[in-house]
Design a protein around this ligand. Sequence first.
Ligand code: NIG
Ligand code: FE
Length: 384
Amino acid sequence: MTSTVVENIGSLLTHDAERPELSDAAIVFDEGRVRWWGASLDAPAADTRVDARGGCVLPGFVDSHSHLLFAGDRSDEFEARMAGQRYEAGGIRSTVKLSREASDEQLLSNASALVAEMRRQGTTTIEIKSGYGLSVPDEARMLRLASTLTSETTFLGAHVVPDEFADDRAAYVRLVTGEMLDACAPHSRWIDVFCDNGAFSEDETRDIIGAGLARGLGARLHGAQLAESGAVLLAVELGAASVDHCTYLSDADVDALSGSTTVAGLLPGVEFSTKHPFVDARRLIDAGVTVALASDCNPGSSFTSSIPFCIALAVREMGMTTLEAVTAATLGGAQSLRRDDVGHLKVGARANAQILDAPHYRHVAYRPGVPLVQSVFVDGIQEL
Ligand code: NIG
Ligand code: FE
């Protein structure tokens, strides 16, 4: 592997406590890691030189929540919601039907195209969930396919109860915690449950997460998307790495999160496309809660692959400063995935970074909808 020096950087966001932001800077990547950064004038030589043309360099985004293995789309549902219809968890089943019918090649080509879309928008670490198979072979193949795209794979057999178990939910929970978990755990880092109205109850969630923890998987939860519930307290009690959505939070939820290591994953693409209220992130940040921003890219509630779009929404609608929103989409995402090697550009970090066609990260929110990513590095390799 060769070393690279990126020069002529207008502003550099490192997230290093000593020097979080620099101007007129350079950065050196070597052996896939950040080796040096500092003033342009002091930049050491490297095998390759890249000219940032005065643009901003910041860490690649860490998208800690996505559902990329699926077939078909549900644009008809989106249109109906824009005309006033409510989002229901049940729509998931129509994607399950199409996804079961799709070949491995179709599923992988759809997911790879979405990963490429994400990359073009600055995302370098991606969590991918199963959840549109809901049978032992289909969940296992989704996770096998997901693990060819990322190491951050999540078993979400408990997305909804599939139609064939509608009359016997308990049997489905037994399947998820038994044979399905056995087939999926080897391809999964995490286990997740959609704990909400129309999906799984708190008791069911406790059993499913407990079974996953016993198999050595880490816990994540979908909670409080559709209504206030005990899901957030349960996530904290179970030591989940994150509880995502958090659209409807009680004061007790905020208190519990603030004293915990559970990250609140905020998914403004969902609020945008379901017309639920945007989360008051200020309330969470002021209470000391760690927040992550993620796309939740899926065909139902949020069919966006764009973290810049999520950042713009967070700044416009959720009370976050641009720095808070960018931090939530980098460091926050890394914390949600319990990773310390990504989401920042301290010396020694993975060389996952992006160069913008804009002088400052503030432009990510200031210029919504504009493709500002000039170049992306993953493990020190310039992919774009
Ligand atoms: O995170 N909330 C549950 N799961 C997805 C939506 C899935 C769908 O509607 O297909 C979410 O929003
Ligand atoms: Fe989700």
